[in-house]
Design a protein around this ligand. Structure first.
Ligand code: SF4
Length: 346
């Protein structure tokens, strides 16, 4: 098919030299694909290199503790990816003797591997003819073929998957898939695509109908939730503080943070000490807490904006078991906390 042929020609002439592209080893490709989910390539590269350096094989990753994995992942966000990566590594190492599943269908058994990642690994490592569909693919196909079905609707997902499969070069699925994603990342970009030098401009429906900025169509996202976090940063005379591990579903599962009091709105010190959660940490000695940042730090996640203030609570003794401040960097923490630790000096 002409589309696939032109795409592969473009890919071979324009592809970036990325560290995982020199390999077809499934461990490396899997690692790169999990890191690149919801992450830009430039941000993902140093993480990929760190992981390969610290965990050169799936056995090394499987034998690590969850904390080591989360610590190395720190700053990349969407931490369930790191936890699933670790679970999948243990499964491959222990249940499959270190041999990665070698087909699309079997790759889906791995925790954190869905249709997109299984298709990418199967086509790149095993030349299996399965088409990948990600944000880049949606954009390119919706524009070239003038499809305005929302890409994040059930119907849209089906339409684009069928079309990508139909266009797939079955002789060369690896370069077709990588080419389509690379073309979306470098050429047919969300803003200012390079239509003037595009190999598809003659037939591209969006370009010829002047609809490039209208496609792809997406359904509106859920309303962003505004949350107010108050962190209690204890400092005892022995220079210890309290860290808690986040448990349960929700953001940052498994990471550590200071004792958290979530309030419905921005709280004053007087209001904060009256909160029920505060009483768990209250000390018999005067409860004097000092606000570190008057202006909340706003940490933006996909569906929530977290307005955060840190409160410094100096005390003789901690109300609970603590950790030495000088050891705090050993714990995996959300970026928000990491930045605070880097700037706080007591
Ligand atoms: S002509 Fe423009 S919109 Fe169409 S595929 Fe090329 S870069 Fe994308």
């Amino acid at each position: 098919m002409q589309f696939s042929k032109n795409l592969i020609i473009w890919y071979l002439g324009n592809k970036r030299d990325l560290p995982w592209r020199s390999s077809q080893e499934p461990y490396r490709i899997w690692l790169s694909e999990i890191i690149l989910q919801q992450t830009r390539v430039a941000q993902g590269i140093p993480y990929y290199l760190k992981f390969i350096n610290v965990f050169p094989t799936v056995f090394d990753l499987a034998n690590a503790s969850e904390e080591e994995v989360l610590k190395l992942w720190q700053g990349l966000g969407y931490y369930s990816r790191a936890r699933n990566l670790h679970i999948a590594a243990k499964f491959v190492a222990k249940e499959l003797d270190g041999k990665f599943p070698n087909s699309y269908k079997n790759l889906l058994q791995l925790k954190g591997v869905g249709d997109y990642t299984a298709s990418a690994i199967a086509s790149i490592c095993y030349d299996e003819p399965v088409a990948v569909v990600d944000g880049n693919v949606y954009r390119v196909l919706s524009r070239v073929f003038g499809i305005d079905t929302p890409v994040n609707s059930t119907e849209g997902r089906k339409i684009f998957k069928v079309l990508a499969e139909k266009l797939l070069d079955r002789e060369n699925p690896s370069e077709y898939n990588q080419g389509l994603m690379e073309f979306g990342a470098l050429h047919c970009t969300p803003q200012r695509p390079l239509c003037g030098s595009c190999p598809f401009s003659e037939n591209c429906i969006a370009f010829n109908q002047n609809r490039v900025n209208e496609l792809p169509v997406k359904l509106k996202k859920k309303k962003i939730q505004k949350r107010h976090f108050n962190y209690l940063v204890f400092i005892s005379e022995g220079q210890k503080t309290i860290l808690k591990q986040r448990r349960g579903k929700g953001i940052w599962e498994g990471l550590y943070e200071f004792p958290l009091i979530e309030t419905n709105s921005e709280a004053s010190a007087e209001n904060l000490v009256r909160e029920e959660d505060f009483q768990k940490y209250a000390l018999a000695t005067p409860q004097k807490i000092d606000l570190f940042n008057e202006k909340p730090i706003v940490h933006k996640l996909s569906h929530q904006h977290i307005h955060t203030r840190f409160w410094i609570y100096k005390c003789e003794q901690l109300p609970q078991k603590g950790v030495f401040w000088k050891e705090i960097n050993k714990f995996p923490v959300p970026v928000l906390i990491e930045k605070f630790i880097d700037t706080f000096d007591f």
